[in-house]
Design a protein around this ligand. Structure first.
Ligand SMILES: [Zn+2]
Length: 294
């Protein structure tokens, strides 16, 4: 107690003014090793370091997934959704392998919303699933099971609330590393998550409007690329087809071809409409001299 009083007097002396509105009461002081921290004055300008949630599948079975994600010196994730989640007091159990404030190594070379190296700004969530074969378009094992999806929804809901994560900032690994990564794949139930309030999803009515419009006057490839970039995708100058493919895995799972059909374009512009405003969508669609798509 005596020590605090001494520090308090010292702080008051330093400010040279006892009528300052800085709160220098003892409650704001924490004694550290060799110094004292005061939290009497706090800044307004701030946000969370964690801005994005990145979803993955492990492409391994439960035992291999756990072994790799805990023992490997190359890869990790903040969370793991097991193949068959255990229960505790009637609730499903997720594994936290890396604390939120630590960087896990899950994203690799990546871009989203003009940021790169997303390990710095995201949390990685791995789900045990064998994945899919891009050649055949088929699942390699079982689909994501009900318990995994329920657990994932509860976990992501909690993280979204805690870190104020935007719907468009909940992404798949393939979204941030198109062409290099294909998880969580076109069998991942993004729509189901959206129905539970997790992540972005376009409105059907808006899609219908754009379908009608684009069947008469489809957008150019440049306009589509601009819209993809506005939504958050990177790498459009390098491999636009792979970016389209990633977008389709996320939002148009019946057509993962890398080719922009009318429906893919309608979904994309509906998303711009919903999350970036109708004006933004209209601005991108202003007539240009570029030849229209197919
Ligand atoms: Zn991944």
């Amino acid at each position: 107690m005596k020590k605090y009083t001494t520090v308090l007097s010292l702080l008051l002396a330093m400010t040279g003014c006892t009528s300052s509105n800085q709160d220098t009461s003892e409650a704001t002081l924490t004694e550290k090793e060799g110094y004292v921290l005061s939290k009497g004055e706090r800044a307004v300008a701030k946000n969370h370091r964690i801005r994005f949630l990145v979803l993955h599948y492990t492409a391994l079975d439960q035992a291999q997934s756990f072994e790799t994600l805990t023992r490997s010196e190359l890869v990790s994730a903040n969370y793991l959704i097991p193949d068959r989640p255990k229960t505790y007091k009637g609730l499903l159990v997720a594994d936290q392998l890396v604390d939120d404030h630590d960087r896990s190594w899950h994203a690799g070379v990546s871009q989203w919303k003009n940021r790169s190296n997303l390990n710095d700004t995201s949390l990685g969530i791995e789900i045990v699933n064998a994945g899919w074969d891009q050649g055949t378009g088929q699942l390699l094992g079982e689909p994501y099971n009900e318990q995994q999806i329920e657990l994932l929804i509860s976990l992501t809901r909690d993280l979204v609330r805690k870190y104020d994560i935007e719907p468009t900032d909940i992404v798949g690994h393939s979204d941030i590393a198109p062409g290099r990564k294909i998880d969580p794949g076109p069998f991942f139930p993004w729509k189901r998550l959206a129905e539970a309030g997790i992540g972005a999803w376009p409105d059907e009515g808006t899609i219908d409007n754009y379908l009608a419009r684009f069947s008469v006057s489809p957008p150019s490839m440049i306009q589509v690329a601009k819209a993809l970039q506005t939504y958050g995708y990177g790498y459009l100058d390098q491999q636009p087809e792979r970016v389209v493919e990633a977008f389709q895995m996320r939002f148009n799972q019946e057509n993962v071809s890398g080719i922009v059909d009318i429906r893919t374009a309608a979904i994309l512009f509906s998303l711009i409409d919903k999350y970036h405003g109708k004006d933004k969508a209209s601005a991108i669609l202003l007539p240009s001299e570029v030849a229209a798509l197919g």
